[in-house]
Design a protein around this ligand. Structure first.
Ligand SMILES: Cc1cc2nc3c(=O)[nH]c(=O)nc-3n(C[C@H](O)[C@H](O)[C@H](O)COP(=O)(O)OP(=O)(O)OC[C@H]3O[C@@H](n4cnc5c(N)ncnc54)[C@H](O)[C@@H]3O)c2cc1C
Length: 287
């Protein structure tokens, strides 16, 4: 298992990285944690002619900027476990990180790499869609912000253009009290998920005032359910209707079947994970 020949370029500034990516176009790829790109190159599923190593760039901040939490593209997954802003504002995000691979993967893998790789079962793309995050994409000709709901186009396909790279992801801060949860099931601990569910509930006392729910692994991109979200708003934390919400989400979704699980199995799994995830989020909020 050896990759096809490539040239390695280490960028020391963002401008230099963007200039190199502009020059190489489709033949160039950023190299971040290497946890997905290197295996893909070794299997010759990816054959970039030029690798632009972005690890020296100052893109590893987690900080509040305006009304959003800014997470730099090079923030490694394991950082979230100890970051107080994630714990305070984004409980579903924090729970999701526990499901990402193994310690080594979390030590090296990055936010920018995970969203750009766009694996349909990966946790962070779902977390971005769940929180209506904005993906910040930069190129030699400027910067743009892409809503996460429009960023993931297909399995391993994003709205990034050749020459663009992700520099950060911005998560809008919640405007009031929220609770959240993330659950999934894989074949073994650390494996990619068969399906996962993330939930965020905004509440005023015991009443649910806003709701967001996402499913990963069932379709080729993370899927929200406006029907489930509308169903939850106005209900109570004591009785959020988790079982009925699971039925609604499961009925609305047409999951893929693959080596890991049939479409029918995924449908049942979505129903049960939705029930448990909503009950868990509501229980935490009312505790
Ligand atoms: C055994 C194993 C198990 C894993 N399990 C899980 C799991 O359970 N859940 C999960 O979510 N992930 C899992 N991963 C993947 C892991 O989270 C990766 O770290 C992540 O998907 C990619 O991040 P990276 O920084 O390693 O990116 P890289 O591997 O360096 O890059 C991945 C892709 O993104 C591009 N890229 C990287 N950074 C940028 C950027 N800033 N802008 C634009 N393009 C960029 C690269 O060019 C490449 O195409 C697993 C990986 C392995 C090897």
């Amino acid at each position: 298992m050896r990759p096809s020949a490539f040239d390695y370029h280490k960028a020391s500034t963002l401008d230099q990285a963007l200039a190199l990516l502009a020059e190489f176009g489709d033949d160039g790829r950023p190299l971040a944690g290497g946890q997905s790109l290197v295996p893909m190159m070794n299997l010759r599923l990816a054959r970039p002619r030029h690798l632009v190593d972005i690890n020296a760039l100052p893109l590893d901040a987690i900080e509040i900027r305006g009304d959003a939490l800014h997470i730099g593209a090079l923030v490694r997954h394991e950082r979230y476990f100890t970051d107080p802003l994630i714990a305070e504002h984004f409980p579903a995000f924090l729970e999701a990180v526990h499901w990402i691979g193994h310690p080594t993967i979390r030590r090296h893998g990055t936010m920018g790499g995970s969203v750009s790789h766009a694996d349909p079962t990966a946790e962070l793309p779902s977390v971005c869609v769940l929180h209506d995050a904005l993906i910040v994409a930069a190129s030699a000709s400027g910067e743009r912000r892409i809503p996460a709901t429009e960023f993931f186009l297909n399995a391993y396909v994003t709205a990034l253009e050749p020459g663009e790279m992700v520099t950060a992801v911005e998560f809008p801060l919640p405007s009031g009290p929220t609770s959240g949860a993330f659950m999934e099931l894989g074949e073994r601990v650390g494996d990619f998920a068969i399906a996962g569910i993330g939930v965020v509930l905004g509440h005023d006392g015991n009443t649910i005032t806003s709701a967001r729910i996402v499913c990963s692994g069932a379709r080729l991109v993370p899927v929200r359910s406006a029907d489930v979200e509308a169903f939850l708003v106005g209900r109570t934390l004591a009785d959020p209707g988790a079982q009925e919400a699971g039925r609604i989400f499961s009925a609305a979704i047409d999951p893929v079947g693959d080596h890991a699980a049939s479409a029918a199995y995924r449908k049942g799994l979505i129903k049960e994970l939705t029930r448990r995830c909503i009950a868990h989020a509501a229980g935490k909020a009312s505790a």
